[in-house]
Structures are given as C-alpha cells and as structure tokens.
Ligand binder design. Structure first.
Ligand code: SF4
Ligand code: SF4
Length: 246
C-alpha cells in the first residue's frame, strides 16, 4: 500500500509534540552545575601524610601514569643501643591525567588510604603537559573529596571503633579507681589517733610546749640570786634536770 502523502510530516510533528511535553533532561552546563553521584570519578586526590612510598600504586597502574620519586633517610634509634631505622621520604608524586583511564586500581591497591576519588572534573587544559598534576595539585584535590556516607544504623561498629571504645573505658575505670584510692588515703591520714581528740575539734586543748622534766636541762637556772639582800642566792640554781622556774 502506497504511503499516504504527508504521513511522514505528521509522524515527525507527533514526535516533536511528544518531546515538547516531556521534562527536559539536558544539563545546562556550564550555566548550571550538574548534580553528580557522590562516587563520581573526577580526579584523584593525594593525602601524602598517609603515603609511605610503597610504590604499589605506581606498579599496579595499567597506564604507568603515576610518577613517584623518593629517598631514604635514617632515623636515630629510639633507645640507647637500638638500631637505626630508615624510612622513605617522598620527593615527587604526580599523576598524568592525559594518560589515566580512571580505572581506580591505584586507589584500590593503596594499603594506607593515601589516594581518594574526588568528583571534581573541571580541569581541562589547552596544553596537555598541564594535565600532569604534581603533589601540590593532588593535595588540593584532596580537600574536594566528599565525606564518606554515614554508616547503616543497623551495621556493626567498625573494629577500630570498638577497640578505641574498650581502651577509653579501661582508661576511665583506671582513673576512677585511682581517684577513689586517693580519697580513701586522704581520709585515713585525717583520722585521729585512738582516744585522742579529733583533728579540728574546738574543745581540744590548744597545743603548747610540753613539760620535759627528764630533759637534761632547759636552761642555766635562775642564777645565783634574785637580787641584792637575798644573800648569796635563794637557790644555787636549778638542777640540770629540773624544769626552769619562771
Ligand atoms: S585510575 Fe587507573 S589509570 Fe589512572 S592513575 Fe589510577 S591506576 Fe592509573
Ligand atoms: S600505594 Fe599508597 S602508600 Fe603506596 S606509594 Fe601509592 S599512594 Fe603511597
């Protein structure tokens, strides 16, 4: 059956009318920023404090686009007679994003959580050499890495958190015991001797000089006499062991 003249035009107009009534899906970039999924592979950030220069990422990268330079430094022994230790110091860490295929292997294999995906994608350059991002640039990307999603409320606590909680509980229990022991010791030192007045008792006699009759002598005595007319003296002086008279 021959086609009806004008049917093609009608079909085309029908498609146009149908799509005109649908919600648009076109992103008006760059006027409007796209809403990207949180795990978008935009660029790689480096948290170099965690990097031990183990070179795993550079070895596993299928494109060989990670460049790492480092040197060794020796650290003096922590205790006398101990061994010197050596550790790697990072000199250069760069990723060539003109070669990178965003496979994520480097991030997966890093054993020390030093590499992260950032959703940032606006780093196009007119010079391809500018797409090799050195460590400073990779660190800047680090600050654009989104926080990890919250844990499922029904999920078990991570092992690290459980261990940290146990340690904190032990520490607070030890501190509490030490405080209780210190309080008990302080109370024991303030207790009065058996039969004696309690410390701080206002009815207790004020402490004064104790008589020491058996002492070998508290002074030279009253002297040979108390004054003229009394003769050679009322007393020859107190016994060396006698308590001096006032
Ligand atoms: S994402 Fe893949 S290609 Fe890119 S640097 Fe990492 S391992 Fe290499
Ligand atoms: S795998 Fe991780 S720790 Fe090892 S060199 Fe790469 S970024 Fe550093």
């Amino acid at each position: 059956m021959p086609p009806i003249p004008g049917s093609g035009l009608a079909k085309g107009l029908a498609v146009t009318l149908r799509t005109m009534t649908r919600k648009t899906v076109t992103e008006q970039y760059p006027d409007a920023q796209p809403e990207l999924p949180p795990r978008t592979r935009g660029v790689i950030g480096l948290f170099e404090e965690n990097c031990t220069v183990c070179m795993l990422c550079a070895r596993e990268c299928p494109d060989w686009c990670i460049y790492i330079d480092s040197h060794k430094e020796t650290v003096p022994p922590a205790v006398e007679g101990g061994r010197e230790r050596s550790h790697n110091v990072l000199d250069r860490f760069a990723i060539d994003f003109s070669l990178c295929m965003y496979c994520g292997i480097c991030i997966e294999v890093c054993p020390f959580d030093a590499l992260f995906w950032s959703p940032e994608f606006e780093y196009a350059e007119t010079d391809i050499r500018e797409l090799t991002h050195e460590r400073d640039k990779l660190r800047e990307w680090m600050w654009t890495v989104p926080s990890p999603p919250a844990l499922d409320p029904a999920a078990e606590d991570p092992k690290e958190l459980t261990a940290a909680r146990k340690t904190a509980d032990k520490l607070s229990a030890a501190q509490e015991t030490a405080a209780q022991e210190a309080a008990a010791q302080a109370a024991a030192t303030q207790e009065p001797p058996a039969g004696g007045p309690a410390a701080g008792d206002p009815s207790a006699p004020a402490p004064g000089p104790k008589a020491t009759p058996d002492a070998p002598g508290n002074g030279p005595g009253n002297g040979p006499g108390n004054g003229p007319g009394n003769g050679p003296g009322n007393s020859p002086g107190n016994d060396p062991g006698e308590e001096p008279t006032a």
